[in-house]
Write a protein that binds this ligand. Structure first.
Ligand code: 2FM
Ligand code: ZN
Length: 555
């Protein structure tokens, strides 16, 4: 494995400070975390930055409902998110929030830059307004009858029955979701980011190498429809940043949210004496965003245009992941499949979930199904039945017969290299390193896992071939020692390869082996080396735990 030194700044979509992390969220963060861990192991400089997305009307109203200030409200979720991420093994270099002075300053700077560069237009617009609560109503806060098919109780933006899209002011019998009052129509002046000015630039950028091909194709539909100016204003009351030189206008949450990527990185860079512009203005470093498919429009159109319009570099890569389904269906509260990360973690270790996701993730924008039967079978068979089995089969002999010490050399004298597959097994395992690294780097984790599990099968075949349990009875302690020592060394390679996916198992294994499991140390097998007594490193999943997770998710 050759070491490289690329510089990456990686982000995952900022989580709303309005609810807890669920398994659908976990998928995207785990995907990015595995990538970042891979880069760090390879010796690249890679910073993983994220934070809470703390602004907007829903957060303001939910805080009010809870009799809390928005600041108190978002703090609770921030604390819970930090804990959930830690227990999922998702390791950020910095986790912040968009509600920070740094973000306010950057948002104002970027706004001023796009304004001075002629990218802001103003328009008076009519919006639904709640005359009781004195608040402009976002589309989803107005409900009424569809103007097209008359289906009642439809949101202000689209009809779930006939699919029509419209403005909230078009709904019949409209009611404010907040007070139940009939909304009135009120005019106010809004600022728009002039996105159409960036059409040509975005057309070129979106067919460059920055997006998965299915995303590029999807975006062409937006160009065909024509880009529209983007409203970046919200009227008071609003929880967010005030627009300078206005009395009652705030930046729309979706403007300051991606700027939050910059602000969180700025705090991290300042704390670590690193240069912000090296990552936001310099093309020698790579800026990579991991997002879910529902927010592609914001990241692949608005965001590059905002960055371009304010003098920053555009993202180098945006990786879009699909949604998570559970047992083949959309996550659902009534089926008990809307599972919070904490509910899962109350019953099971995150390593199982990380492994399962990795075994199914590719770089396509496909939905991923968490099928619990498959989950239990795959984890128990691969991780316990194949992987841990190698260590447990071999360590007993090393611990009991050989004073916890591995053999001085691994050359098996009576091996007939011509008719067994195992003459060069250690080197064969090492030779797979580049293929596996490439799969991880290209986000084809499922292919990496396949390669690694094929090696695990081979390690087990090797042990089965020599049968140390029978060998020891023949008195051939030398071969028994070498076979088991080789088994332990192969286990070490496998754990190294899996370490981006299973960081906590890698740490436990490293303690068991009394040796590093870094990729860069694999060239030299452990010889005449003392290991610890084996203790089960991972338990089988008891299917009862799944029932408990589903039951807890129903309540
Ligand atoms: O869709 C969401 O969950 C948003 N909170 C994502 C924001 S990503 C970035 F732009 F901040
Ligand atoms: Zn309708």
């Amino acid at each position: 494995m050759s070491s490289t030194n690329n510089h990456y700044l990686v982000t995952s979509a900022l989580l709303y400070a309005n609810g807890h992390l669920h398994l659908g969220h976990a998928l995207g963060y785990i995907q990015a975390d595995i990538w970042v861990r891979t880069q760090k192991i390879l010796g690249n400089t890679c910073y993983y930055i994220c934070g809470d997305d703390a602004h907007g009307t829903p957060i303001m109203l939910n805080a009010k409902k809870n009799n809390q200030s928005p600041e108190e409200f978002i703090k609770q979720f921030y604390d819970a998110h930090i804990k959930d991420f830690a227990d999922l093994g998702v390791k950020f270099d910095y986790y912040g929030t968009t509600h920070s002075p740094e973000n306010q300053k950057l948002t104002e700077q970027i706004y001023t830059a796009i304004k001075n560069n002629g990218h802001i237009i103003t328009k008076n617009i009519n919006q639904a307004y709640d005359p009781v609560e004195n608040i402009f109503l976002p589309d989803r806060f107005v409900k009424g009858d569809c103007p097209k098919c008359n289906t009642c109780d439809q949101y202000g933006d689209s009809c779930e029955h006939c699919g029509a899209t419209y403005n909230p002011t078009d709904l019949k019998n409209a009611k404010s979701v907040i007070s139940g009052a009939t909304p009135i129509v009120k005019e106010s002046e809004h600022y728009f980011f002039n996105l159409p000015q960036f059409t040509e630039l975005l057309k070129t950028w979106t067919i460059g190498d920055h997006l998965q091909s299915e995303i590029s194709s999807k975006l062409q539909e937006w160009f065909t429809a024509g880009l529209q100016p983007w409203d970046i204003t919200r009227d008071a009351p609003y929880f967010g940043f005030k627009i300078p030189n206005t009395d009652n206008k705030y930046f729309y949450v979706w403007l300051d949210a991606p700027i939050g990527y910059m602000a969180c990185s700025k705090i991290f860079f300042d704390q670590n004496n690193l240069n912000f512009d090296d990552y936001w203005k310099n093309n020698n470093t790579k800026l990579i965003h991991f997002i879910g498919k529902d927010i592609t429009y914001f990241h692949a159109l608005f965001w590059p245009a905002i960055l371009e319009g304010s003098g920053y570099k555009k993202p180098d890569q945006i990786y879009v992941n699909g949604f998570l389904t559970v047992n083949g269906k959309k996550m659902s509260k009534s089926r008990g499949t809307f599972i919070l990360a904490r509910t899962y973690l109350n019953h099971l270790d995150s390593e199982y979930l990380r492994y399962y996701f990795a075994s199914k993730l590719s770089n396509q924008v496909e939905d991923l199904d968490l099928n619990f039967n498959d989950f239990v079978l795959k984890v128990n068979s691969d991780l316990i039945g194949k992987l841990i089995n190698i260590a447990s089969r071999c360590s007993g002999f090393i611990n009991k017969q050989f004073n916890n010490t591995l053999a001085k050399n691994l050359q098996i004298n009576n091996s007939n290299n011509a008719d067994d597959n195992f003459g060069n097994i250690y080197q064969d395992f090492l030779n797979k390193s580049d293929t596996i690294i490439n799969h991880f780097t290209n986000i084809n984790y499922s292919l990496a896992i396949k390669e690694i599990m094929a090696l695990a099968d081979k390690a087990n075949q090797f042990i089965d071939y020599y049968k140390p349990w029978a060998l020891i009875k023949t008195g051939d302690t030398d071969t028994t020692h070498k076979v088991c020592s080789m088994g332990i060394n192969l286990y070490r390679i496998l754990i190294s390869y899996l370490s981006p996916v299973l960081p906590s198992l890698a740490i436990k294994s490293s303690k068991f082996l009394k040796a590093s499991t870094d990729w860069s140390n694999l060239n030299n097998p452990l010889l005449d080396h003392e290991i610890n007594t084996f203790e089960p490193l991972l338990q089988r999943i008891d299917p009862l735990k799944i029932e408990n997770i589903l039951n807890d998710s129903k309540s």
